[in-house]
Ligand binder design. Structure first.
Ligand SMILES: Nc1ncnc2c1ncn2[C@@H]1O[C@H](COP(=O)(O)OP(=O)(O)OP(=O)(O)O)[C@@H](O)[C@H]1O
Ligand SMILES: [Mg+2]
Length: 452
């Protein structure tokens, strides 16, 4: 076991017993004792007094003893946790990070897995990118590519979510990453949940694609985890928001998709050498880690492009106005492509003339994308966004509260949910202020007044 696994295991035991995760001093005690250090040395490491560390240790052993039904102390902690780890399995059913000690194990270290070993070794270098788009032009995003590479190649993070507004470039970024890095993975599979949302089908397709022999009909999850341990797999699930219910607050899984929640929990918790990238317009709870050190899962929130290259490729004029144009549309590449084509056909490519227009132009394509997003909002979020669109400047929660008949809790939940859909800007200052992007505001003002 490495230290991260020891910490994860101890944290799950403590969490199951107390409902609380390990704090910094408890983590230092677990790490130090596992490494055979004295309380004195641990106190030095974590800059606390020796008596404090000893006290924390004593309480920790009590919690672990109660949880495991056997005496755990400083001297037997290492052997106990290693024994427990070998016996344990992770059960994701409905619970985050819940260790379930049972005899029917899903996870056991490699040497214990003989009876569940697949008969044949999976094919190496199986790349199925049939459903991924072909990238013809790609600008900017150097930092984002580096971040993905750091997480997935250097840190072996098991679960990475790439999140952001529709059209902002999530799918394009991930495909570019895959094109540049696929040689580092034995298996790369791209699935889009717009086409099929059945987890069973997806698992079947992965196993059928990778394995040379026929798949066993039972224990498919076990076979999948064997695969993830044996081979370095990268599995991309695009359009993950399709699994969430429309008309509710963000990230609520549809009943028939709840099995994905368990899968995500297991991907994050179980030891293997593979990674998942989830691409989504909306965030859900399972994408965020309660403690990044223990459960290394990451989110990349994508902002607009920081370049005017897209405008340039359309051969538009007035290059001194391109940045202004890009800012108006939040650097959203899909909006920029659309507006560049409109400027070319209506204004003869003259960006300055277009910018002289009184109001921001929301094209037919932008409207239809935003209408799709708005259909997904809960009634509380609709109320908030409608109200926000009436302001020309950012507003505080208190101001919004006065102008809406929502309870404080509904307002907070609604604001958070809109933020997790990337429809709301948050401006930090003395007071936190909220604002809509220019395109969203214009869309709500012109297209939504009657529908709410
Ligand atoms: N970095 C980029 N360089 C050039 N073009 C880009 C870039 N990012 C996105 N685009 C273009 O913008 C369009 C939208 O990008 P993409 O499909 O990746 O968005 P998305 O965030 O996945 O949207 P959705 O949530 O609707 O699936 C594509 O046509 C793509 O070519
Ligand atoms: Mg996409």
């Amino acid at each position: 076991m490495n230290v991260t696994e020891v910490l994860q295991c101890a944290d799950q035991l403590v969490f199951t017993k107390t409902g609380k995760h390990l704090d910094d001093v408890q983590k230092a005690v677990v790490t130090g004792v596992y490494q055979g250090k004295t309380y004195d040395e641990i106190a030095d490491d974590c800059k606390r007094s020796e008596s404090r560390v000893r006290n924390v240790g004593r309480q920790l052993w009590q919690i672990l003893s109660k949880q495991l039904g056997e005496d755990v102390n400083k001297y037997n902690f290492r052997s106990t946790i290693e024994r427990i780890y070998v016996k344990s399995s992770v059960s994701g059913v409905g619970n985050n990070h819940n260790l379930n000690f049972c005899s029917q194990t899903l996870y056991q270290p490699h040497q214990d897995n003989k009876q569940n070993q697949p008969k044949s070794k999976p094919r190496s270098n199986f790349h199925d990118l049939t459903l991924a788009p072909k990238i013809t032009s790609f600008y900017d995003r150097t930092t984002e590519l580096q971040t993905l590479s750091h997480w997935l190649s250097d840190q072996n993070v098991h679960l990475v979510s790439v999140l952001g507004l529709s059209g902002i470039g999530k799918t394009t970024l991930v495909k570019q990453f895959v094109d540049l890095n696929k040689q580092h993975f034995d298996v790369v599979i791209w699935k889009t949940l717009k086409l099929s949302q059945s987890l069973d089908n997806i698992i079947d397709e992965i196993l059928t694609g990778v394995k040379d022999d026929s798949i066993q009909t039972d224990n498919k999850l076990t076979q999948l985890f064997h695969l993830w341990r044996q081979q370095r797999c990268l599995i991309i699930l695009d359009d993950f928001q399709e699994l969430f219910i429309k008309g509710e607050l963000v990230g609520e899984f549809k009943t028939e998709s709840k099995n994905y929640q368990n899968l995500l929990t297991m991907i994050a918790n179980i030891e293997h050498q593979s990674s998942f990238i989830l691409i989504s317009q909306e965030q859900c709870q399972e994408m965020v880690s309660p403690d990044e050190e223990l459960y290394p899962i990451k989110c990349l929130d994508l902002q607009g492009l920081d370049t005017t290259e897209i405008v340039k490729t359309w051969g538009l004029k007035d290059d001194e106005c391109w940045t202004e144009l890009s800012d108006l549309y939040g650097g959203n590449p899909v909006y920029l492509k659309d507006i560049a084509s409109l400027i070319k056909s209506i204004f003869g490519g003259k960006v300055a003339d277009f910018l002289k227009e009184d109001s921001l132009v929301v094209t037919k394509d932008m409207k239809s994308r935003l209408t799709e997003l708005f259909k997904r909002l809960s009634s509380t979020e609709q109320e908030i966004i409608l109200q926000l669109s009436k302001f020309d400047v950012p507003v505080s929660r208190e101001d919004l509260r006065q102008s809406l008949s929502l309870s404080s809790m509904d307002l907070m939940n609604g604001l958070r949910s809109l933020g997790q859909r990337y429809l709301l800007n948050r401006i930090e200052g003395e007071k936190v202020l909220f604002d809509l992007s220019l395109v969203v505001r214009e869309y709500v003002r012109t297209c939504c007044q009657d529908s709410y």
